[in-house]
Design a protein around this ligand. Structure first.
Ligand SMILES: C[S@@+](CC[C@H](N)C(=O)[O-])C[C@H]1O[C@@H](n2cnc3c(N)ncnc32)[C@H](O)[C@@H]1O
Length: 253
């Protein structure tokens, strides 16, 4: 599988406003805190990127004592995270060989990152190792198998082949976690509708969606031109679009 170079993407990652608008107060973290009474919680944002998830949780979870941690393979993404976060332990490192002792964390969040890992089985072994018994691992990601009519595949069809090579489907994710001793619950939120092409053109132009860096420049330009032409010819043009988000909650039992 091809991999995205985040050193080149870091400066434009947060310009995609869709990312910050859609960060939620993690209901699974909230639930973990509610159902596990501890004096201190150790939370890791695995592949924290520019720190969007951490910044949002920290802002809202002010009543509990939480040690916040972030790990990422890209120094440039971590620099961006560092600009928006205080009192967070940010480390440069790789999921396949994490710089933490065994059983360091109560909760690990992992948002929009698992498909980037070249050695996914090793990553899951490491996640299991650094999580405490009864700890929770949340894998939150898009579920590309359930979104064949994504606007992005409509305009950039070769992107779909690249995604097929790097995403595991939900059954694989379930089984791989299950056989490592996690109790797993997978939920998919699915939407099918029409979207205005003009609204999505800025996302394509920003080229921060990782799969757009994995197709050739020629394929990218071709799709972009097609989008621009469609918007010019008919500013209100819509395309059918589907979108699926997976939240996989895995408890180490
Ligand atoms: C799409 S970004 C997601 C960032 C953040 N979690 C978010 O939701 O905005 C994917 C992140 O995974 C990181 N990453 C890729 N491979 C990694 C690896 N092997 N170990 C740790 N992080 C990795 C990248 O550097 C990048 O910051």
């Amino acid at each position: 599988m091809k991999t995205t170079d985040y050193s080149k993407l870091a400066s434009r990652y947060d310009k995609n406003l869709y990312r910050s608008i859609n960060v939620e107060l993690d209901p699974h973290l909230k639930n973990y805190i509610k159902t596990n009474n501890r004096t201190v919680y150790d939370v890791l944002d695995l592949s924290c990127g520019t720190g969007l998830y951490l910044a949002h949780q920290i802002k809202h979870l002010t009543e509990q004592k939480i040690n916040w941690n972030g790990l990422d393979a890209s120094k440039e993404m971590l620099e961006k995270a560092n600009e928006k976060l205080e009192k967070v332990s940010l480390l440069h490192g790789f999921v396949e060989d994490m710089p933490y002792p065994a059983q360091s964390f109560d909760y690990i969040a992992n948002t929009y990152a698992f498909h980037h890992y070249r050695y996914k089985e090793q990553a899951l072994d490491e996640i299991y190792r650094v999580l405490r018994p009864n700890g929770v691992y949340l894998m939150h990601n898009i579920a590309v198998d359930d979104m064949p009519r994504w606007w992005l595949y409509h305009y950039f069809p070769t992107a779909q082949n690249e995604d097929q090579k790097r995403f595991w489907d939900k059954v694989m994710i379930f089984e791989q976690l299950n056989e490592r001793g996690f109790k797993v619950d997978v939920k998919i939120d699915y939407q099918l509708g029409e979207v205005k092409v003009a609204d999505y053109l800025p996302y394509a132009e920003n080229r921060d969606i990782s799969v757009l860096t994995l197709i050739s420049d020629e394929q990218y330009q071709e799709g972009l031109e097609r989008m621009r032409r469609d918007v010019m010819d008919a500013p209100d043009k819509t395309v059918v679009n589907d979108f699926a988000e997976m939240r996989c909650v895995a408890k180490k039992v």
